[in-house]
Ligand binder design. Structure first.
Ligand SMILES: *Cc1c(COP(=O)(O)O)cnc(C)c1O
Length: 349
């Protein structure tokens, strides 16, 4: 399998047990009711009470000045990168980071910002010496390094608070700003048994996806220092992300923050059960299973037949750097996990 196998081939299919991503969830009745009843206004004029409430609550939960509601995690990261870095400046990230690898090169294309990707270690970290070595001196030959961007969780692995502190201290020692792509930051917090504010604390800005494990249909929040978020707001308008009666969408995000955080632990338990089920079979290597993402590598001899077996039994997965990824979420309950484990076991019996 090619290293950078994309997700495209997996589109337009429907699966009974859909583990392709935690983005495939359906909004529940309570969320839909909250959306229907949301008070709204023109958010570009700052009139939307539901958006304002979501932004205030997100800022409070993360113990930061302020927040901005955006349509997607991609736009959230891009507005952050463009708030931190100008034309001809540079950001450092992991080579596997979503903002570098999976966002169509937006920072370079739209922000004229040079990426400096550093290979991630197996545990998702970037070694501090490598961060230090990548920071450019003040030399007119070179782009000006402005930002360190980390991601947590990364490929389902949580980075520890200690690591994030050490990495951001290193960045600050060199006058860099810091951004966290916390698309699955609440999964990290749950796995680390920390409050989300502790995950956010080391960073100037943090992006959180409401449409991943939290189950909203749309939306992310970018949270951070007032001055940076104001700059990001201008970029959001430039990118076409200024939305009008966006409270309809923000209401789903508010519902998600209220109802769907504590239950992330269930997703982690479900992932663990799947992981344990895979390890029973010698021909499947369990590559990673820390939060809600299970990564496996079936041996070459069974790989095609096994994937076909999963698919034809309604189990949806995606390829992931040459491995296979399964993501648990609020639309796979315990009985779905049991059924999936049965399907896996049946292949080997
Ligand atoms: C999904 C994801 C994003 C982007 O979110 P979209 O809403 O799909 O644009 C950014 N970073 C990470 C780590 C993600 O998993």
């Amino acid at each position: 399998m090619p290293l950078y196998q994309g997700a495209k081939q997996h589109m337009s299919q429907s699966f009974k047990y859909d583990y392709r991503s935690d983005t495939v969830t359906q909004p529940c009745d309570g969320m839909r009711t909250a959306m229907m009843n949301a008070p709204v206004g023109d958010d570009v004029f700052g009139d939307d009470p539901s958006v304002k409430r979501l932004e205030a609550i997100a800022a409070e939960m993360l113990s930061k000045d302020t927040a901005m509601f955006v349509p997607s995690g991609t736009q959230s990261n891009l507005t952050a990168l463009m708030a931190h870095c100008g034309r001809g400046e540079e950001y450092i990230s992991g080579a596997n980071a979503h903002c570098y690898l999976w966002e169509a090169g937006g920072a370079a294309v739209l922000g004229s910002i040079q990426p400096c990707p550093i290979p991630n270690e197996a545990d998702g970290t970037i070694p501090l010496e490598k961060i230090k070595a990548a920071i450019k001196p003040d030399d007119p030959h070179m782009a000006m390094t402005k930002l360190l961007a980390l991601e947590n969780t990364i490929a389902g692995q949580p980075l520890t608070i200690d690591y994030m502190k050490a990495a951001t201290d290193t960045a600050r020692d060199h006058n860099l700003n810091t951004h966290l792509d916390g698309a699955r930051g609440f999964n990290a917090a749950a796995a680390l048994k920390q409050d989300i504010s502790a995950v956010a604390a080391p960073f100037d800005t943090i992006s959180i996806c409401l449409s991943k494990g939290l189950g909203a249909p749309v939306g992310s929040v970018l949270v951070g220092e007032k001055e940076l978020i104001e700059r990001a707001r201008r970029v959001r308008k430039m990118l076409g992300g200024g939305m009008r009666q966006a409270g309809i969408l923000a209401a789903a995000g508010l519902y998600a923050l209220e109802h769907n955080i504590n239950r992330l632990q269930d997703d982690h338990l479900h992932a663990k059960r799947l992981g344990d089920a895979f390890t029973k079979h010698d021909q499947i290597e369990l590559v990673s299973c820390h939060t809600n993402i299970v990564i496996i590598n079936p041996v070459a001899e069974i790989s095609d037949a096994f994937m076909k077996h999963l698919n034809s039994n309604g189990v949806g997965t995606v390829g992931f750097y040459g491995n296979v990824r399964l993501v648990t979420h609020l639309d796979v309950d315990e009985s779905a996990i049991n059924a999936t484990i049965d399907i896996v076991d049946r292949f080997f019996s």
